[in-house]
Design a protein around this ligand. Structure first.
Ligand SMILES: C[S@@+](CC[C@H](N)C(=O)[O-])C[C@H]1O[C@@H](n2cnc3c(N)ncnc32)[C@H](O)[C@@H]1O
Length: 189
């Protein structure tokens, strides 16, 4: 797949570039407990949609613990392979399950209690369908958080994405402050 850092011919962030933002510095900028600890609890099953090489999959595996599950979904085989390596190295491989999807569909996923889509909605060809699929993968009374990179996703585009999530059945709860992100939190009623 031909790609680049965020922008590219396919608009998909190539997994080979992801070490430039999935590294030790990210743990200072986006500590998983601080960013997600309000919604991700021990024993939960959670989805990391567009997980890439797995920064938040690994982080959420730590939060859900051995009694929970992280469903990590991406369309790049290379990203999932890298995540599997990292999960094994960190002893988190029994918690993380990887799923290869296609650009236009996440495919069938196990039911979950929380879904994260971090810096990836703008890469999907049909954000409306993406949110519908995420909605059906979630249990009632669960939460969904999506974030977008702050600079190249305009306010208007971000608001359009929020509208699409609402049209898919999510209830908008607000915009939690997360560094280097436009973010939106929803309930799946
Ligand atoms: C900018 S990276 C972010 C990776 C990760 N979420 C993070 O925060 O480090 C975006 C990821 O979304 C994935 N992606 C893009 N379009 C997708 C789609 N339609 N379905 C699933 N994953 C997708 C890409 O393959 C890429 O790994």
């Amino acid at each position: 797949m031909k790609g680049s850092f965020f922008r590219g011919t396919t608009h998909v962030c190539d997994y080979k570039y992801q070490k430039s933002f999935d590294n030790w510095l990210r743990r200072l900028v986006h500590p998983p407990q601080k960013v997600l600890g309000g919604w991700v609890k021990p024993g939960m099953t959670v989805i990391d949609a567009g997980c890439g090489i797995g920064y938040f999959s690994l982080g959420m595996a730590g939060l859900v613990g051995p009694g929970g599950k992280v469903i990590s979904v991406d369309l790049q085989d290379g990203a999932l392979a890298k995540l599997e390596q990292r999960a094994e190295k960190s002893g988190l491989d029994s918690i993380i399950e990887t799923y290869k999807c296609e650009a236009d569909t996440l495919g069938p996923l196990p039911k979950a209690d929380f879904a994260l889509a971090f810096w990836m909605v703008h890469e999907t060809p049909d954000a409306g369908n993406f949110f519908k699929e995420l909605h059906s993968a979630l249990n009632r009374n669960s939460y969904m958080l999506f974030t977008e990179p702050p600079f190249h996703i305009s306010k208007k585009r971000f608001e359009e994405e929020i509208n699409l999530a609402e049209q898919a059945g999510f209830r908008f709860l607000g915009q939690p402050k997360i560094r280097f992100c436009k973010s939106a939190l929803f309930e799946r009623p």
